[in-house]
Write a protein that binds this ligand. Structure first.
Ligand SMILES: Nc1ncnc2c1ncn2[C@@H]1O[C@H](COP(=O)(O)OP(=O)(O)OP(=O)(O)O)[C@@H](O)[C@H]1O
Length: 302
């Protein structure tokens, strides 16, 4: 399909040269990316890097200082009601109407959403084992999160935006929800944009990652490309004074005195950089990584 044939749903999120700051504190500067329809995209980054701010910008709660965010083809700070109805948002994990019961929540929400899927909401609620008259405010944090997630899936949204959906959820429910989320996305060619600090979940869930790192351009690409291209090496060189730069994306001194080197390059290229810095790469070896290792390596530890 050529670009001119694309409708707004083919790239439900487009961010172009976005700049945002709170007062003098710049959070996003020159951020550009787009999300393709049908993809599950994970937004990852350390605490405070600007994930929630980005979601607030996408939902129009904040307006860009410059650049643009388009969601379902519309400027995010002027989203019309019919676009909002096609977006399922889980934000700060809570229902505003906690004085409602489970059944009243469904009665209240369902008329707003033309594709409301009653059976999805009830399937999730049956698992709670609570009577339909049970009030949301008398639920545990995890149970409330379950109501929020059931309600958002029942909306059958074209675009689902989840800001840290894990609040209070136990591991079993998290897994159940993720399975439903994947089914929702795959069966209906729906798009999911999700942040989470549970990086293991992201490893199972997402197709693409956006990695935010303060002061650097964001990384955007398929998760399997990131895991293929980003590598970790161990270097035994106790006397070396190693710094990031050249092919070395990040370097960390480990507790046992060895070095961890993270790079988007081969062992040969990293070895050449080390030699250039006067360090013998004889004891350099590649170490396998999980996504969590790669995340820490990419963003740097504290
Ligand atoms: N209303 C605000 N006024 C001023 N600074 C703010 C405001 N909201 C957030 N910030 C700051 O902006 C930065 C980004 O915050 P944001 O909540 O977007 O980060 P995050 O990546 O979602 O973090 P976390 O992983 O901890 O949820 C932080 O340094 C935060 O302190």
């Amino acid at each position: 399909m050529s670009r001119t044939d694309e409708g707004p749903l083919d790239r439900p999120i487009v961010v172009e040269n976005l700049r945002y700051a709170y007062g003098g504190r710049v959070i996003h500067d020159g951020l550009s990316f787009s999300v393709e329809r049908g993809r599950i995209v994970g937004l990852l980054g350390k605490n405070g890097v600007g994930k929630t701010t980005l979601i607030k910008l996408l939902m129009g709660f904040l307006a860009p200082l410059s650049g643009a965010c388009r969601v379902l083809g519309e400027p995010s700070h002027a989203l019309p009601a019919q676009a909002k109805r096609r977006i399922g948002l889980v934000f700060e994990g809570h229902l505003a109407y906690d004085f409602l019961s489970i059944e009243a929540t469904e009665r209240f929400l369902s008329p707003w959403y033309p594709r409301w899927r009653r059976e999805v909401f009830h399937d999730f609620m049956d698992r709670l084992g609570l009577p339909p008259q049970h009030l949301i405010r008398n639920m545990s944090e995890g149970q409330r999160s379950q109501v929020v997630l059931a309600a958002v899936l029942a909306q059958d949204p074209d675009l689902l935006i989840l800001d840290d959906y894990t609040m209070g959820l136990d591991a079993g429910y998290r897994r159940l929800f993720l399975d439903h989320l994947v089914h929702h996305a795959r069966a209906g060619n729906k798009t999911v944009f999700v942040t989470s600090h549970v990086v293991q979940d992201m490893e199972r869930l997402v197709d693409d990652v956006i990695l935010l790192r303060r002061g650097s351009p964001a990384y955007l690409g398929p998760l399997n490309h990131f895991m293929r291209d980003f590598r970790r090496f161990r270097l035994v060189a106790p006397d070396a004074d190693l710094r990031a730069g050249g092919t070395l994306h990040t370097v960390e001194r480990e507790a046992d005195g060895t070095w961890s080197i993270y790079a988007f390059h081969s062992a040969e290229a990293v070895g050449a950089t080390l030699r250039g810095a006067g360090i013998d790469p004889a004891h350099l070896s590649e170490v396998p990584m999980t996504l969590e290792d790669a995340f820490v390596g990419y963003t740097g530890s504290y």
